[in-house]
Ligand binder design. Structure first.
Ligand code: SF4
Length: 217
């Protein structure tokens, strides 16, 4: 086998391509005129990642800090997964790429939706550079829409209930935003049935190649 064909050489090429793509994304201004706070793409990835988390779009705090899920939604998502921040932000294991990479600003009833041009522009180039993915968490309706398309059900609740249809590749979830706490409260089956399954699938995604993730204490 020639050196350039070895698995290690291929992995290096892939990581280099991914780094180049991340530089390109972070310089993106494609919809700058629609972004009241300007472009600041927030995502992270390494070619070794086993899990991809697709949320909606950064909120104001994430935009200000540049750290994805650095807000109460992120705290609840980490609780769902039972992992600490260090594990969550280990991009060698977990890639984070929302449906829209930049903060879209506020509308009359909360943050505006992700910019519609973002996911089709970047996700088809990003995902092939993450060849070790074994699970993609689709967090919220915008992620369901983009990744499941016509396969999604009439409501987010029905899509979450029908998760077996999308597994093992995709695990659809509601968004853990404080605005959705009532949804969670009114659907105890989510905590009783979905979360244990989510944790099991999530941990299994890292097995056996990586050491077990550190559990949240
Ligand atoms: S939202 Fe997406 S398409 Fe728009 S500027 Fe940011 S990275 Fe580019």
């Amino acid at each position: 086998m020639r050196e350039v064909d070895s698995p290690r050489a291929k992995a290096t090429v892939r990581q280099t391509k991914l780094q180049q793509l991340l530089v390109e994304i972070r310089a993106c201004t494609a919809c700058a005129s629609e972004l009241p706070h300007g472009p600041r793409p927030v995502l992270r990835a390494a070619s070794t990642a086993r899990v991809l988390i697709v949320g909606q779009a950064p909120g104001r705090k994430v935009h200000d800090t540049g750290i994805p899920w650095n807000d109460p939604s992120g705290d609840l998502l980490r609780e769902w997964l039972q992992i600490d921040r260090d594990t969550f932000y280990d991009e060698r294991r977990i890639a984070i790429a929302p449906a829209g990479f930049c903060y879209p600003g506020k509308g009359r009833s909360g943050d505006l939706p992700p910019r519609p041009e973002c996911a089709p522009r970047w996700h088809p180039r990003l995902v092939p550079l993450l060849p070790r993915l074994s699970l993609t968490l689709l967090v919220g309706a915008y992620a369901h829409d983009y990744y499941l398309g016509e396969r999604r059900k009439a409501s987010l609740t029905d899509t979450v209930r029908a998760r077996a249809e999308y597994l093992p590749a995709f695990f659809p979830l509601p968004h853990p935003s404080p605005r959705n706490r009532r949804w969670l409260r009114d659907r105890p089956w989510f905590a009783e049935q979905v979360l244990p399954e989510l944790r099991e699938r999530f941990q299994a995604a890292f097995s056996p190649a990586l050491k077990p993730l550190r559990a949240k204490t």
